[in-house]
Design a protein around this ligand. Structure first.
Ligand code: NG1
Ligand code: ZN
Length: 532
């Protein structure tokens, strides 16, 4: 059969050269790029099967290892609504990635039968990649996989992860936008420019923003964004754009800034200047500034979530509607001070879920408007169709005051990439709110005070020996570990700590917060000892 030819081709072109087991985790497959070619080819096969199960709707494939260093790469699949691959299919992906070349044919057939794919249907797969030098080769393997099962690949070249999610969503639902890079800019930048017409620069807000592009795709794309603005609208100064000798994510980028709590290299030091730091594939965003003593102050994902949620709440109040309820979703890594601020000051419902965007995304869907962010800066806002309908009705028919607020909110929705966290979209949302409030980075920081915190990694023999419950905040195994952590935490006022196995690396992550940095550092180190 023609399929037989396909598998012979696979063996020759994209052979499996390693026996190391690989798992589809929170961020898809992610490992050393040299171990990935057969995996990506096989994901091309799976994407075609997935597209057929979804009646020929388009599926996405993104080649990236996000904030990891240059030698790594990865692949993840995007579902038709622009969301992460359905959890049940992760097992199919893992199975297909690990079978021998000899068993590839039989396993593919098994999966086709199990998911009841009609292989006579058309299939469409959108492929994007980040700036890694190993990405073009992997993107080609992906396309070969798609073609092998007679699907139609469309390659977008170098794009941010959230752009690819956006293209997939638009291709399957043209009311969302146009599935091209131009269509993406038009929607998001258009909304920003429109909003700024009714929100002139005021107070202590300055439209001057420094950006750390992590030497990746996000910064490069911001060059295109920048062209659309005059300096009154947004004055972008772009750094770490991946010029020669500048290494992806090395000493810069959102993950570096968040985890090491130190500034990105390559950026002029200007006290109190707002700096936005993106990650390597443009789906995470954190802000920071350094003060006149060169001390860094981080404005992380929790900070962004609270800023956006409080502004949306204000606009809803001005819309004079009680029909639309807003909620915030966080993970265990959210700073305790942010959760307290949300509950006590903003008085917004807040929920804690397991680490991993898919968990936050689905929890956020349960609110009329759901704001979700991981502390590391990955997040977005989801608006239900009910919320959109109510808001557009008020924008059309409301009294003058509510109508104005509803129009602003409609633009805010338009500016949001609802498919997944998007550094470019989030950056424009944050700038809009800072401008609307007339506040500087310092004033934004003064809204609440973070508890000092520390995040560490421990390497152990078997990270899955640690099992957790309560959104990963409590360990259920090994026996005695949670009790030990409780004893350690009890020594520190406002102390909190937890340990959980990483979903993306072969390590255990430990997090601790306390009243002083020294205490947070000590508690984190003590919990590491307990885990080890
Ligand atoms: P793991 O390795 O499971 O902690 C990390 C991030 C997640 C998420 C995924 C996917 C932290 C503590 N963890 O997961 O939030 O972003 O990577 O990229 O930041
Ligand atoms: Zn990323």
């Amino acid at each position: 059969s023609s399929l037989r030819v396909v598998y012979a081709f696979a063996r020759e072109m994209h052979p499996k050269t390693t026996d190391v087991f690989i798992q589809y985790g929170t961020a898809g497959f992610r490992t050393k790029a040299i171990l990935l070619e057969h995996v990506v080819y096989r994901m091309g096969l799976l994407a075609v099967i997935r597209s057929r199960v979804k009646n020929g709707r388009t599926i996405g494939m993104m080649i990236t290892a996000s904030h990891n260093l240059e030698p790594d790469n990865g692949v993840k699949l995007v579902d038709p609504d622009g969301e992460m691959l359905e959890e049940e299919w992760e097992a199919h992906a893992t199975k297909l990635a690990n079978v021998s070349d000899n068993d590839l044919e039989a396993t593919t057939m098994e999966i086709i039968q199990e998911v009841k794919a009609d292989m006579t249907l058309k299939a469409s797969v959108f492929i994007g990649m980040d700036t890694r030098y190993t990405s073009p080769r992997l993107a080609a393997a992906a396309a070969n996989g798609v073609i092998a099962l007679k699907g139609t690949p469309k390659e977008f070249g170098i794009v941010t992860t959230p752009m690819l999610h956006f293209f997939v969503k638009c291709r399957n639902d043209n009311s969302y936008g146009t599935p091209t890079e131009e269509g993406y800019y038009e929607k998001i930048i258009g909304a920003y420019k429109n909003m700024r017409k009714s929100l002139p620069t005021k107070g202590d807000y300055s439209p001057c923003l420094y950006v750390d592009g992590a030497n990746g795709v996000g910064g490069k794309k911001l060059k295109n964004v920048k062209k659309n603005f005059d300096e009154e609208e947004l004055e972008l100064h772009l750094f770490n754009l991946g010029g020669s000798g500048e290494k992806l994510n090395l000493g810069c980028g959102a993950d570096h800034v968040k985890v090491t709590q130190t500034p990105a290299k390559g950026i002029p030091s200007t006290p109190y200047q707002r700096i936005a730091s993106l990650d390597g594939d443009g789906d995470r965003l954190v802000y920071y500034y350094t003060d006149d003593k060169d001390k860094m102050h981080l404005l992380d994902g929790d900070r962004i979530a609270t800023l956006l949620a409080s502004y949306i709440t204000e606009l809803l109040q001005r819309c004079e509607t009680t029909e639309v309820q807003l909620g915030i979703v966080q993970t265990a890594y959210a700073n305790g001070a942010s959760t307290k601020y949300i509950t006590d000051t903003l008085k917004i419902p807040v929920q804690c879920v397991k680490t991993g965007v898919k968990h936050l995304h689905s929890a956020a869907h349960k609110y009329d408007i759901g704001v979700y962010f991981e502390a590391n800066g990955h997040g977005t806002v989801l608006y239900s169709s009910k919320a959109k309908n109510v808001i557009s009705r008020i924008a059309r028919e409301g009294d003058p005051e509510p109508r104005e607020a509803a129009k602003l909110l409609s633009q805010f929705i338009e500016m949001t990439n609802e498919t997944v966290g998007d550094a470019i979209s989030d950056l424009l949302l944050v700038e809009t709110v800072l401008c609307a409030r007339g506040i500087s980075a310092l004033q934004w920081m003064q809204l609440y005070t973070d508890l000092p915190c520390r995040q560490l990694k421990v390497t152990v023999a078997d990270r899955n020996a640690i099992q957790t419950t309560d959104a990963e905040r409590q360990c259920t195994s090994p026996e005695g570990l949670q009790q030990r952590i409780n004893e350690l935490v009890a020594k520190y006022p406002s102390g909190r700590a937890f340990a959980r196995p990483s979903g993306t690396e072969d390590i255990v992550r430990v997090y601790a917060e306390a009243e002083s940095q020294l205490e947070a550092d000590t508690l984190a180190a003590e919990v590491c000892q307990a885990v080890f």
